[in-house]
Ligand binder design. Structure first.
Ligand SMILES: Cc1cc2nc3c(=O)[nH]c(=O)nc-3n(C[C@H](O)[C@H](O)[C@H](O)COP(=O)(O)OP(=O)(O)OC[C@H]3O[C@@H](n4cnc5c(N)ncnc54)[C@H](O)[C@@H]3O)c2cc1C
Length: 503
């Protein structure tokens, strides 16, 4: 039996883990199959539940309530956990519900303007809704990751999220899952207020006093710079933290498949059969340059680069993929670690100012290159061919690219701050040594990838999870600096809700 036949035969059993290992010349697929007490494989159709389904309680007239600010993964999973404990969640979300948000995103992609309250970062489902939907986390410490996968599955994610080592959902499937979560929260008596930005914690305090009237989960994500500034002004303790910034690189997916799966360019039919079998290749690259990490971030095989800014006159990019990951492009953030001491001053919010400066610079460089003709208020991104960037040359033209609002040639090698630009140049050389052919002018980089992680932390007590300055405030998720990505943010939301349930 060939390895492929063996793999296909195994499909009739209950798979509990699947991973693809492309590190060796020979591609390996590892499967773990559920067995009974005698070691016999269990059929995938056996009447054994995949997991214990959640039990949500009716909270229409619950005695206890909690406020949640932000309906991203942290806020929504916190709400579900509150329901499990009979506590009524009252959610405030600055953006729109997901179907209306889709329309604003379509306008943005057509270059017809940014809605600062409804975009790739803000709105129901948060920043993860129009994403690749990668559901894995490097951190294994924070709790029950499998429970997050089970809840996603319960609300409609494919079975693969239960066993794939690198599960992903896709931007075409996520909105319906988010909608089902909302319907569940509402059906059980929770409240969700869209288009409601919390502009002062005083609106949530008892008679405008210093303490919150009820437990409040602060799950605002890391793009709500205005909300961070409000929190600082109202005396919530914030501190600066390290983050990362850089560019988004895009290669032809066929090239990445060849490099990562060690395929010969001539063996076209073999390539197709490998891709049919294991899907388009991803990569995860890391190197050290001058004492700082330079690494790939949020790699999207078969994906699209998207305009991920939330304020006008800035240019910010990120990436997403549909469930089949079948576009002809492979994109990834390529970022450089920034430490707090790199930015002068002692303002805890100085990292935000630094991010914004670079985002405005990226925008103004695009406008400059368009001679102000078409780029004004648009999301056109400044771009450079990869080898040109590394070798310090202007790109006369740019390759086709997945970024819908459009790209314009620009000297990123000249205007990126040297401590980022030079490290990226060396980083790309290092990656090319590992995967010869990676550094090519068939690839392009777009500016800027500035929102890969939060530049602020909202310190909290490790036992109670309450803010160190503001009792009953539960900072959680990516914006609080305790998570990064969908899974860990969702888990942090669960933990915040459990802390409230223990009160
Ligand atoms: C394009 C893109 C692709 C991504 N791809 C992936 C991926 O594949 N896998 C992955 O793990 N991660 C991905 N991420 C990152 C991931 O989305 C975030 O880590 C995650 O969503 C953080 O969850 P959160 O709930 O903490 O915050 P968010 O998802 O950012 O949600 C915060 C919510 O709070 C709301 N809000 C903010 N301020 C206020 C206020 N004052 N009042 C009311 N509401 C407010 C916002 O509108 C938002 O909806 C991606 C991000 C982007 C932008």
């Amino acid at each position: 039996m060939s390895p492929r036949e063996a793999y296909e035969a195994a499909q009739k059993w209950r798979v509990v883990k699947r991973s693809v290992d492309a590190r060796q010349r020979e591609l390996r697929v590892h499967l773990t199959i559920l067995t009974d007490d005698w070691g016999r494989p269990i059929s995938k159709d056996a009447p054994i539940p995949l997991y214990e389904p959640p039990v949500f309680r009716d909270v229409h007239s619950a005695e206890r309530s909690a406020v949640i600010i932000g309906a991203g993964p942290a806020g929504l999973f916190a709400a579900l956990t509150l329901l499990e404990h009979g506590i009524k969640p009252i959610i405030y979300e600055r953006g729109k519900e997901v179907s209306l948000r889709k329309r604003d995103i379509a306008l943005l992609n057509r270059n017809e303007g940014l809605n600062p309250e409804s975009n790739y970062c803000f709105g129901e489902g948060g920043a993860g809704t129009f994403s690749d939907g990668k559901l894995f986390s490097r951190s294994k410490k924070r709790g029950n990751m499998q429970r997050v996968m089970e809840l996603f599955h319960y609300f409609g994610a494919p079975d693969t999220v239960l066993y794939e080592a690198h599960a992903h959902i896709g931007s075409d499937k996520l909105p319906a899952i988010i909608q089902r979560i909302r319907e569940c929260i509402l059906a059980h008596g929770g409240e969700i207020h869209f288009n409601t930005k919390i502009e002062s914690l005083n609106s949530l305090t008892a008679a405008g006093g210093l303490s919150l009237a009820m437990p409040t989960i602060l799950a605002i994500g890391h793009s709500a710079h205005d909300t961070y500034r409000m929190l600082a002004a109202e005396g919530v303790l914030l501190e600066t933290k390290g983050f990362a910034m850089g560019v988004r690189a895009e290669h032809p997916q066929a090239l990445i498949n060849r490099l990562m799966y060690h395929l010969k360019p001539s063996a076209v039919s073999h390539q197709h059969s490998v891709i049919d079998f294991v899907g388009n290749a991803a990569y995860s690259l890391v190197t050290q340059v001058d004492g700082r990490g330079v690494y790939s971030f949020c790699m999207c095989p078969g994906g699209h680069i998207v305009p991920a800014g939330s304020t006008p006159d800035t240019c910010v990019v990120n990436g997403m993929s549909a469930s089949h990951r079948n576009s002809p492009y492979a994109n990834s953030g390529m970022v450089v670690q920034i430490n707090p001491e790199d930015i002068p001053g002692d303002d805890p919010l100085r990292g935000l100012d630094y991010q914004e400066q670079l985002e405005r610079l990226s925008y103004s460089e695009a406008v400059l290159q368009c001679n102000g003709l078409t780029a004004q208020r648009s999301a056109i991104a400044p771009a450079q061919r990869l080898r040109d960037f590394v070798e310090g040359r202007a790109s006369k033209d740019l390759p086709a690219c997945s970024y819908l609002p459009g790209t314009i040639p620009s000297r990123l090698d000249q205007w990126l701050p040297a401590h980022i630009g030079r490290r990226l140049q060396q980083g790309f050389r290092d990656f090319d040594r590992k995967y010869p052919g990676f550094l090519t002018n068939d690839a392009v980089i777009l500016g800027v990838e500035s929102r890969s992680s939060s530049a602020v932390r909202i310190p909290r007590d490790p036992a109670t999870l309450q803010s160190l300055s503001t009792p009953l405030l539960y900072p959680c998720g990516e914006g609080a600096g305790y998570a990064g990505g969908i899974t860990s943010s969702a888990l942090d939301g669960i933990n915040a809700a459990l802390a409230i349930a223990r009160l």
